[in-house]
Design a protein around this ligand. Sequence first.
Ligand SMILES: *Cc1c(COP(=O)(O)O)cnc(C)c1O
Length: 376
Amino acid sequence: MSQLEFLPFTKPTLDEETIQSVANVLRSGWITSGPKVQEFEAALSEHFGGRPVRVANSATAALEIGLRLMGIGPGDEVITTPLTWVATVNVILKVGATPVLVDIDPATRNIDLDLLEKAITPNTRALLPVDLAGLPVDRRRLYEIAGAHNLRVLEDAAQSQGATSHGERIGTKGDLCSVSFHPNKNITSIEGGALVMNTLDEAREFEKWRLQGVERLPDGTMDVTLPGGKCNLTDVAAAVGLGQLKRIVEFNTKRTRLAHRYFDRLNRDLGLELPVWSDDSNWHMFQPLLPLERMKFGRGEFIAKMKDKGIGVGVHYPALHLFTLFRAMGYSEGQYPVAERVGASTVSLPLFPGMSPEDVDRVCEALEQVMKEALA
Ligand SMILES: *Cc1c(COP(=O)(O)O)cnc(C)c1O
């Protein structure tokens, strides 16, 4: 065991061709937003069925701009999940709107669409669903609800690029859709994100929010029409993204095979609650829940013991309403019991395209040893 390399819970796969393309950008004399960004946006647009796509230096920025494009601000309610990366909710606060949290479905661990519908009020303006671990929220049902209540949808597909719902790739249909290229996501541009939009007018508006509100005029001068940010992507990052986008189907296929192997090899007597199997998922993460009430030690010790055996384990995510920021806003324990239970017991096991099937077996073996100790 000690001879084996440490297996992290995730790691990006970057090929030599991509590394070479980065070197070419660095030598080109133009390293910030330029031709590579345009090429990346065109390739993303093709990936998303020809819809307009613009990139930013993070998905957080893309989500915030998405809310701004919808005109969402103070007094508006946006419904989302408490079991997500906190960026999802931070951007709602950032534009001055009110996040309305709704508990999750214990099977999918995504927002419970029945509860979502009940949480709609006259102030609700938008729905912000998250496809946790790469398993999409049911788009058909989601858009039925949005349509019936005349609501906009901003899909946080940071984790679900390349996944499908009812046979259609996420982002190719629907309203606004945001994806992330953080190194832990299924494809990366080091840091980066993108927003898939409906019209070129929205895309032009996105460009303004992305860079200081600047609008280039035909006569070579400029105007500024809104207080935009500084969230443009560099050509260096875009070159990485282009190299990655070419391989997204291959990467997701590898992830799916590895997830299959986890389902095959994991000892079901260890008391772990496995995620639901779905062919719709891009298997961004593989997350069993620990049977904490039966264990002699907690999640922290479990993670430390796995680390001792050379296996990296992550936590994605604790239920966010229990963070100090949200407690200060009045949230408390017991409000979202399903998200709290999942958030307290979830662990992310290693899953990334560079892993071998034998790596999965290694994780399963370590799990078996650690869990037998925990349940003894
Ligand atoms: C990663 C992630 C984000 C933010 O992406 P960045 O590119 O890091 O800003 C937002 N929402 C979810 C669900 C994520 O997983």
